[in-house]
Ligand binder design. Sequence first.
Ligand code: UDP
Ligand code: MG
Length: 315
Amino acid sequence: MREGTKIQVSVVIPVFNEEGNLPMLFSRLYPVLDALDRSYEVIFTNDGSADRSTDLLAAQHAARPDVTRVIEFTANYGQHMAVMAALERVRGEIIVTLDADLQNPPEEIPAFLKKMDEGSDCVGGVRLDRKDSFFRRRMSQLINSLRGRMTNIRMTDQGCMLRSYSREVVDGIVRSGAINTFIPALAYSLAKTPTEIPIKHEERHAGVSNYSLYRLIRLNFDLITYFTTAPLQLFTIFAMACSGGSFLLVVVLAARRLKIGPEEGGIFTLFGILFFLISVCMVGIGLIGEYMGRTYQVVRNRARYHIDHVLEVRE
Ligand code: UDP
Ligand code: MG
């Protein structure tokens, strides 16, 4: 990069089948950025969209080539890989991540930059009045509290993708070469002065969420979908269901035994307990599988994503 042409702000946006949202996103995002009075770039990663997103992004690049870059993946590698690919290529000093579906309003970006100017190196958005399904919100709460207990990462709203990072934090993320990662959590662990700000949350502007229950569960296993470890993950899910079921069985049998007395010399109670212990073992095996799967991915060292082409003006 030439001296004196440093870009101040990079906005990173993953796109997967967002044809209904892109025109509105462009018309809201660019004016906000133009009004900043800072040099900026917007990097879209097209994560293997099958709709008109590809054309819309190419048209936007043609319209604003100076500030728009588009990374075209060959296939769908997932939101976090899409963000990662962009982070590996950003030129800006402050990096803002944003979803393409307008659930987090681009108008909030100046507030993030202000917070960064005040000395924070990682600002997370906290969605006020979150407009997602009841189930999604409950699930997020559960995962949030689990994560809070198991790690020393304290984030109020880990799922919010409107966030900003300093270049140092992003370089740290890229250097970590993380394969199974949840970028906001990784960034938080690298940040020295993380802060949070409340932001508005809106309904998805168009289309439906790309996350089904199955995808959400897997996302929360290793916070990245990666197809080779899926069988192991399914196994763990199955084992957990067995474990829950047999635990109930134990409770029922124990209650029956207390009320009605022993049956067949107590053999059924014993069976109940046996089933429970077996299922606990299965969870254990599944868990070991989870860790082995991750080790396998690191050892195999396979490319995490493939880029078809990049639309950008060369430096
Ligand atoms: N996304 C992506 N690849 C995927 C799924 C989603 O790049 O495989 C993008 C999507 O286009 C959006 C963002 O990631 O910009 C968040 O996705 P979505 O809105 O479906 O998730 P939710 O808001 O329901 O968590
Ligand atoms: Mg969304």
